[in-house]
Design a protein around this ligand. Structure first.
Ligand code: PLP
Length: 716
C-alpha cells in the first residue's frame, strides 16, 4: 500500500517548479534532487557533480542549489550528455521501485513509529547535526527507508545549523555561523489545502510560539522539521530554532519543548498518529506530555493519560557521564512549561519531580534523562558496555532492584553501509559477495565470501581509496594552512609530502576532552621520532563545542609541535570536520584511532565506518569496541576505569606508541615477494568478516524492531 504522506505533493511541486527552469532532458534531475535517496545510490552523486564539478563543491553538494545556480552553458552541456541522462533515468526508475515497495514490520503505515531527535546528520547540505548522535539518527532513517519500515522523523530546522570551524595559526578554534536558506534546500513547507503553510503552536514561557513544518525526504522516510522563524513570533521566540545546541539554557529548554510537544502536535496536524514514539536522547522528552494531553482530551484521568503515554514511548540514552545529562533548575522548568502543564492539567511541580532521581529533594534540578527514563516503557543504551554503565548510573531510580535488573537494556549502534562504503571497495564487494550483499549485510554468512577475494585486489582497492584521500588532503590542507597564514613555502612542501603509499592514520570526530586526542602529543619526543621515520602520516579533524574551552586547548596543544621537523609534512589538522569530509577520511585511512577515556564512550560509530572500507581500528576497549575486538580484527588499548587520569593517560599513550611501533608499522610494511602485506590483509579480512555484519545499521534496526519497537515490549 502506498501511503501519501503530507508534504509529498509540496516536494513534488517544488521539483516541478525547478524542472520547469531546466532544459527538458534534465527534468528528472530536479525530481531526484528533492529526495536524499540519491546520496546512497551508486553513482547518484556523480550525476550532479558531472554537471559542474566546481559549482557542486561551491553549493556544498546541495543538488537543488546546483540546479538553481548552474550556468545555462553547463546545463546545456549536461542535457547533451547521453551517459548522464541514462544514469538519471535509471536512478529515477530505481527510486520509483523503492518508494513503491510495501512496508514491512510490526507497524502499519497508518500508525508509524515517530522518531524524535534534536539533530539529524543526513547530508552535508542539511547542517542540522553536530556529531555522532545526529549522524546515527541519519543512518537510522536511511536504514529504515531501505528496510521499508513505517517510520517518520521529527526535528528542528535550525536557521543557522551548527557552527563552522576555522583554526588560527595557534590552533585556536574560531566559530562562525552561516544562515541556512530553506528555500534552497531539498525541502518543502507543508501546506494546508488553501495553500497556507501548516503551523502549530506551543505555549513556551508564556507565549504561544508558532512553528511551520518543513518536509525533507530521506528515501521513503519523511523528516519533518519545525521552524519558529515566523513573523508572528517575537524575536526571542524566533531565536528558538536558530542554532543547534545553543549555549543559553533558556533557549535550549525552549527548543526541547518545541521539539517534544511541538513534534507530537505537528504529527497530529499532519494527520499522523504514531503507533510508538522513539525519543532518541532526552531532548525530545516532553513529547510524553503532549501524548498524555491527547489521551486526557479523550477522557482519561491525568494518571491514566500519563501511563498510556508512557506505554507508547521508548527511549534511547546516549550519555554515559552524569555531567553530560542535561539538567535545568526547577524555576526554569516552571517558567518554560507553565502553559504545557496547564493544558495537561498537572502541577508543574509534578513534572519537575519526575525529572529528579530523588523526587523529594528540592535542591535537585530537573534532568531530561531521568524524566525520559521514568516516562518511557523501554530504555536502552547504545552498546553492551554502555547498557551496563547506564544501569549503574541510574540504579537510584529503582532502589529496590539489584543493579543487574535495572530496566535499561542496550542496542548497539550500527552504521548505514551504503552511505559509508567507498566506491572502489563497493565495486570489489559487489564483484565478490554478490551484488545484493548490502541487503544481506547483517547475515554473517554474506561475509564468508571475503576469503575468495584475491589479496592483490583487496590491496588495490585500499590503495585507490588511500590515494583519493591523499589528493583530498593535499588540496584541503593547503587551503587550511593559507587560512592559518602559515608561510607559503612550507605549505607547498607539506602538501607534496603526503604520500599515497604511506600508512595513513586518522582521528576525526567531535572534539571533546574525553576523546583524548592529546595522547598523541603526550610524549612529544616519541611522537616526533615516529614521524622522523617518514613511514606514517596522520589526518586529524574535529570541532569542539563553542563553549568547551578545554577541548579547544587540546588542539592548540597539538599545534605547539607543528614547526618541529617532519610534523608539517606528515600531520594535518583539517578545518571544519563535517559530513562532507567524514566519508573521505574514513574511506582512505588505514588505521582509525579512537582513544576515549573509559567508560565515557557510549558507543562510537566512526570506527564502524572505517571497517566497511577496510580500515583497521585501534581503540580503547570502550563503547562498541569493547564488544567488537577479538584479538585479530584490530588493536586495543585497556578499557578499565582508572582512578588516576594522569597515570592512565601516561600508560595509554605509551601503549599506543608501542602498538604503532611494534605491531601496526611492521604489519603494514611487511611485504612478500609480490609486494603485498599479507598479514595486514588478513587483519582487514578478519575485521570485515567479524565486524561488518554486527555493526551495520541493518543489524541495529533489526534489534530495535524485535526488542524495542515490538508492541509487546514492556517493562514493569
Ligand atoms: C560518525 C561521525 C561522528 C561520530 O564519530 P565518533 O568517533 O563515533 O564519535 C561524528 N561526526 C561525523 C561527521 C561522523 O560522520
Amino acid at each position: 500500500m502506498m501511503v501519501v504522506v503530507r508534504g509529498d505533493e509540496e516536494l513534488a511541486g517544488r521539483a516541478a517548479d525547478l524542472a520547469g527552469r531546466l532544459p527538458e532532458a534534465l527534468e528528472p534531475l530536479a525530481r531526484i534532487a528533492y529526495n536524499y535517496r540519491w546520496r546512497w545510490y551508486p553513482g547518484g552523486k556523480d550525476v550532479f557533480r558531472s554537471i559542474d564539478e566546481g559549482r557542486w563543491e561551491l553549493c556544498g553538494e546541495n543538488p537543488v542549489r546546483l540546479l538553481q545556480e548552474a550556468s545555462g552553458e553547463a546545463l546545456a552541456r549536461a542535457a547533451g550528455d547521453r551517459a548522464l541522462l541514462a544514469r538519471a533515468a535509471s536512478l529515477e526508475d530505481a527510486f520509483a521501485l523503492d518508494l513503491g515497495r510495501a512496508s514491512v514490520g510490526p507497524f502499519s503505515p497508518g500508525r508509524p513509529i515517530a522518531f524524535l531527535c534534536a539533530e539529524y546528520g543526513v547530508h552535508r547540505s542539511l547542517p542540522i547535526y553536530s556529531g555522532g548522535l545526529g549522524v546515527l539518527a541519519g543512518d537510522l532513517l536511511k536504514e529504515a527507508s531501505d528496510g521499508a519500515l513505517p517510520l517518520v522523523a521529527v526535528g528542528l530546522m535550525y536557521r543557522q545549523g551548527y557552527f563552522r570551524q576555522r583554526l588560527e595559526a595557534s590552533g585556536w578554534q574560531q566559530e562562525y555561523w552561516v544562515d541556512i536558506d530553506p528555500e534552497r534546500l531539498p525541502a518543502a513547507l507543508v501546506r494546508a489545502p488553501d495553500g497556507r503553510p501548516v503551523t502549530i503552536t506551543v505555549p513556551i514561557r508564556g507565549s504561544e510560539v508558532s512553528a511551520q513544518i518543513w518536509r525533507v525526504a530521506v528515501g521513503r522516510v519523511p523528516l519533518f522539521l519545525l521552524d519558529a522563524d515566523l513573523p508572528e513570533n517575537g524575536r526571542l521566540e524566533r531565536w528558538i530554532t536558530s542554532q543547534l545546541y545553543v549555549a543559553d539554557p533558556v533557549t535550549r529548554l525552549s527548543q526541547y519543548v518545541l521539539l517534544g510537544v511541538g513534534g507530537v502536535r505537528a504529527l497530529a496536524a499532519l494527520g499522523i498518529e504514531p503507533g510508538l514514539v522513539h525519543l532518541n536522547e532526552g531532548h525530545a522528552a516532553f513529547a510524553v506530555l503532549e501524548l498524555a494531553r491527547e489521551e486526557a482530551a479523550r477522557g482519561a484521568s491525568v494518571e491514566a493519560a500519563l501511563e498510556a503515554a508512557r506505554q507508547r514511548t521508548v527511549f534511547t540514552t546516549h550519555t554515559p557521564v552524569a555531567a553530560g545529562n542535561e539538567t535545568y533548575p526547577r524555576e526554569l522548568v516552571f517558567d518554560t512549561l507553565a502553559g504545557v502543564s496547564g493544558e495537561l492539567g498537572v502541577d508543574p511541580e509534578m513534572i519537575v519531580r519526575l525529572g529528579r532521581q530523588h523526587p523529594e529533594d528540592g535542591a535537585e534540578p530537573f534532568g531530561t534523562t531521568v524524566f525520559s527514563l521514568r516516562m518511557s516503557r523501554s530504555a536502552n543504551g547504545v552498546s553492551r558496555r554502555h547498557g551496563g554503565v547506564s544501569r549503574e548510573m541510574w540504579r537510584g531510580l529503582w532502589p529496590e532492584r539489584p543493579v543487574d535488573s535495572v530496566p535499561i537494556t542496550h542496542v548497539t549502534n550500527g552504521v548505514h553501509l551504503p552511505s559509508w562504503v567507498g566506491p572502489p571497495m563497493r565495486r570489489l564487494l559487489d564483484r565478490h559477495l554478490g551484488d545484493d550483499w548490502l541487503w544481506r549485510a547483517s547475515d554473517a554468512a554474506t561475509w564468508e565470501a571475503l576469503d575468495r577475494i584475491p589479496d592483490a585486489e583487496l590491496w588495490e582497492a585500499r590503495r585507490e581509496q588511500r590515494a583519493e584521500l591523499v589528493r583530498f588532503v593535499q588540496e584541503r590542507s593547503g587551503i587550511d594552512r593559507l587560512a592559518e597564514r602559515q608561510p607559503r613555502a612550507g605549505i607547498e612542501t607539506a602538501a607534496r609530502a603526503f604520500d599515497p603509499d604511506v600508512l595513513t592514520i586518522g582521528f576525526a570526530r567531535r572534539n571533546a576532552t574525553y576523546k583524548r586526542l592529546g595522547l598523541l602529543t603526550r610524549d612529544p619526543g616519541r611522537a616526533l621520532a615516529l614521524l622522523a621515520g617518514r613511514r606514517v602520516q596522520f589526518v586529524l579533524a574535529g570541532k569542539a563545542h563553542p563553549s568547551d574551552e578545554e577541548a579547544k586547548r587540546v588542539v592548540q596543544e597539538l599545534f605547539r609541535v607543528k614547526d618541529a621537523p617532519h610534523v608539517a609534512e606528515h600531520v594535518v589538522y583539517l578545518h571544519d570536520y563535517d559530513l562532507g569530509m567524514a566519508p573521505r577520511l574514513l574511506r582512505g585511512c588505514d588505521v582509525w584511532l579512537n582513544l576515549p577515556r573509559p567508560p565515557m564512550e557510549a558507543s562510537g560509530t566512526s570506527g564502524m565506518k572505517a571497517v566497511i572500507n577496510g580500515g583497521l581500528n585501534l581503540s580503547t576497549l570502550d563503547g562498541w569496541w569493547a564488544e567488537a575486538y577479538d584479538g585479530t580484527n584490530g588493536w586495543a588499548l585497556p578499557g578499565e576505569v582508572h582512578p588516576d587520569a594522569v597515570a592512565q593517560d601516561e600508560r595509554d599513550a605509551a601503549a599506543l606508541f608501542d602498538l604503532l611501533e611494534q605491531q601496526v608499522l611492521p604489519a603494514f610494511y611487511g611485504r612478500d615477494a609480490d609486494g603485498l602485506p599479507r598479514s595486514w590483509l588478513a587483519r582487514i579480512r578478519a575485521s570485515m568478516r567479524t565486524l561488518a555484519p554486527a555493526f551495520c545499521a541493518g543489524r541495529m534496526l533489526g534489534d530495535y524492531i524485535e526488542r524495542i519497537y515490538a508492541p509487546t515490549t514492556t517493562r514493569a
